[in-house]
Design a protein around this ligand. Sequence first.
Ligand SMILES: Nc1nc2c(c(=O)[nH]1)N[C@H]1C(S)=C(S)[C@@H](COP(=O)(O)O)O[C@H]1N2
Ligand SMILES: [Mo]
Length: 518
Amino acid sequence: MSWSVRPPLAHAIAGFVAAAVALGAGELIAAAVGARPPVVVVADWVVDLLPGSLLRFGETTFGTNDKPALVWMVVLVALALGALLGPLAARVSWAGGAIFTAFGFAGWLAEQRDVTVSTLDAFFAGAGGAFAGYLALKWLLRLAVEERGTPREAVAMPGRSVADRRRFLAFAGTATAGAAVAAVIGRSLDTGADVEAQRAEVAIPTVDPARMPAGLDVPGVTALVVPNDRFYRIDTALAVPRVDSSKWRLRVKGMVEQPFELSFEELMALPAVEESITLCCVSNEVGGDLVGNAVWRGVPLADLLRRAGVRPGATQVVGRSVDGFTVGFPTEVALDGRTAMVAYGMNGEALPAAHGFPARLVVPGLYGYVSATKWLSEIELTTLDAFDAYWVPRGWLKQAPIKTQSRIDTPRKNATAGRVPVAGVAWGGIRGIKQVDVRITRAGDSSGTWHRARLGEALSSSSWRQWVVEDWTPEPGEYRLEVQATDGEGTPQTEARHEPAPNGATGLHTVTVRVRAA
Ligand SMILES: Nc1nc2c(c(=O)[nH]1)N[C@H]1C(S)=C(S)[C@@H](COP(=O)(O)O)O[C@H]1N2
Ligand SMILES: [Mo]
């Protein structure tokens, strides 16, 4: 019988404290070397490992608000693992080393997923924390051993007394407090780039006012060009990557004759295009708001591909983000004349951090998950067979052109008898919109009447259009309003209802409106 095994509580405490020390030291070291916070990169990784069914484009299971919760979950799981493994480490002499080596290795790999973090910095951030945790574990386990410990321990620490218990608790308390302080300091060191300052220095020419007309003057209709701070946001990032534009590089590589790299300055110096393009999330429900229109400015993707020289057989363009996120789309899409670009300007400003600063892909006509890589770091040419981008193994189709859709913005619920304008937006990928009709049916009637909408300006064939029906003068009662758009090729929007998975929702947006007496 070994006296070295005290009640497992002490060993659990030792494991818990050691895990806390590893986390705290990891935060501090990561901040010092300019890597991302280890708990955040690990949480990011967890998100990526979740089955696609749990992860619905960040707006359901792990919505933007759940992201801090997930980071705390990683912290709690790490502490719990420490507490569970402490007793094992006390019994098996090599276990502590093995556990923390695994911790450190996982941290290193998680840090490495960010291509802007050097291998060495990632190693320091991952392994440094783990090593500090290991030292804390060893020391605490020593203190946890009774005076009548194994001969080995007794020799190592001769003359120990009952005061050990106090020393153990004192050290455990101090180490935990130290870990918390280290974590707080690490977080406040704030070594991320000052993106707002960098953005302010980027000179983006103001957008030609003709490209940003006011649009329809109907209260309640969505802005023709959505302001940046109101643009929808969807991504898997737990913390918005803060990319230092002075260190940023865009690599064009893979199946090309001449791979090359561009700095942000070099990118900005190339001939630019500017176009109004509607971005849409595949997970947008019929009538949903995960869609927006902005004036994007950037370098045509076709120019970059021509400069690199696409090799025959390179059928897929892969866009890779600094945070490891990937998209993929057919190479021909980049070369068929649509204004696919590496964008750095959004509505006359540098890209906001949340929308991909310093540069992102914008590809007209494709849902965001196969095209719109934010915080772009690499464009790789490969084959369609060779690589599946981020959302493909999670159950979404590899090729995903935007489906024609329309939305009623106003009225949504109530109206007052008299003249009631019915208005909204409609979009059709790169096909444009040439007609919008609204069917209005009074409750109890078997069929309604179709009203042709007046269309707002078409800023480009890839831009949505506002529309309005101005001649509706309902009596009090309840009405059903349905909208149907027809794209620029003359194809009407699919009426059959289908959920967003696996390649975009279909169906007519329908609202029920109660009209009250004036
Ligand atoms: N790096 C990165 N880029 C990304 C994503 C992401 O998760 N990570 N999500 C994509 C998806 S699904 C959409 S719909 C668009 C949304 O762009 P926005 O947030 O600027 O509206 O970004 C795309 N680009
Ligand atoms: Mo999306």
